[in-house]
Design a protein around this ligand. Structure first.
Ligand code: GLP
Length: 237
């Protein structure tokens, strides 16, 4: 794993944008995996600015988001579809039909996950994947204990993740109990991964991810085995 140390959130967003743009420009039809959460927000703003300045285009890009809550409609401000539309898709020239998120309202959620995984494979797997990390080491919504060879699947969210994410909802009760997420096996097939980790509260988990054992209890530790992962962080390791 390559570590890029930055000094603050602004620098993290700048560096992340640089790597993203490099991936976007390098390929004719880039297949890009995307994350939500507060960490990549600055990067999405900068990508929007770059598009508006005429420096980049998304017209040939295909995107697959990592995860989505079960039971939230696309027009629910807490759904990840809504987040992506608001933060990026509505402001750039990406073709809406080329943007993919698991459908949290599908009648058969497991079938939806299987189809989602197949679509990623059909697209040639991810060329570049943006990841954030949860306080318990989750990537996407792969909670501690998830099998390293898992494919896109339905998860029951841990109480700690629901509590952390409840800051975006009116109350804890409104946070869905389930989500759909790319599996760790799916994530590991990405050709290049960029993990963004910002803020001292993530220092403890990041140290485990980088220096600890590769163990299912720390899902992101699997990235030690990935041949092309860059961690951009303002944490001293
Ligand atoms: C959520 C998402 C993850 C994200 C994580 C960290 O649970 N499912 O994909 O990486 O939160 O979010 P934040 O960047 O807000 O700390």
């Amino acid at each position: 794993m390559k570590i890029v140390k930055v000094n603050n959130k602004e620098e993290l967003s700048e560096k992340a944008t640089e790597l993203f743009v490099h991936a976007l420009n390098r390929l004719e039809k880039p297949v890009i995996g995307l994350a939500t959460g507060s960490t990549p927000e600055g990067m999405y703003d900068k990508l929007t600015e770059k598009y508006q300045a005429g420096d980049i285009t998304f017209k040939n890009a295909i995107t697959f988001n990592l995860d989505e809550y079960a039971s939230l409609a696309a027009d629910n401000p807490n759904s990840y579809r809504y987040y992506m539309d608001e933060k990026l898709f509505n402001h750039v020239d990406i073709q809406k039909e080329n943007t993919h998120l698991p459908n949290g309202l599908a009648g058969d959620l497991q079938q939806e996950c299987t189809t989602y995984d197949e679509r990623i494979i059909e697209a040639g797997s991810l060329d570049f994947l943006v990841l954030g990390i949860g306080l318990n080491g989750h990537i996407g919504f792969n909670e501690p204990g998830t099998a390293f060879d898992s494919r896109t699947h339905v998860v029951e969210l841990t109480e700690s993740t629901r509590e952390v994410n409840s800051r975006f909802f009116d109350s804890l009760d409104e946070v869905p109990t389930e989500a759909l997420t790319m599996g760790l096996g799916t994530i590991m097939e990405a050709k290049e991964i960029m993990l963004l980790v910002q803020g001292v509260k993530k220092a403890e988990i990041l140290k485990k991810v980088v220096h600890g054992e590769v163990a299912e209890e720390v899902p992101a530790s699997i990235l030690q085995r990935h041949p092309n992962t860059t961690i951009i962080t303002d944490i001293e390791l």
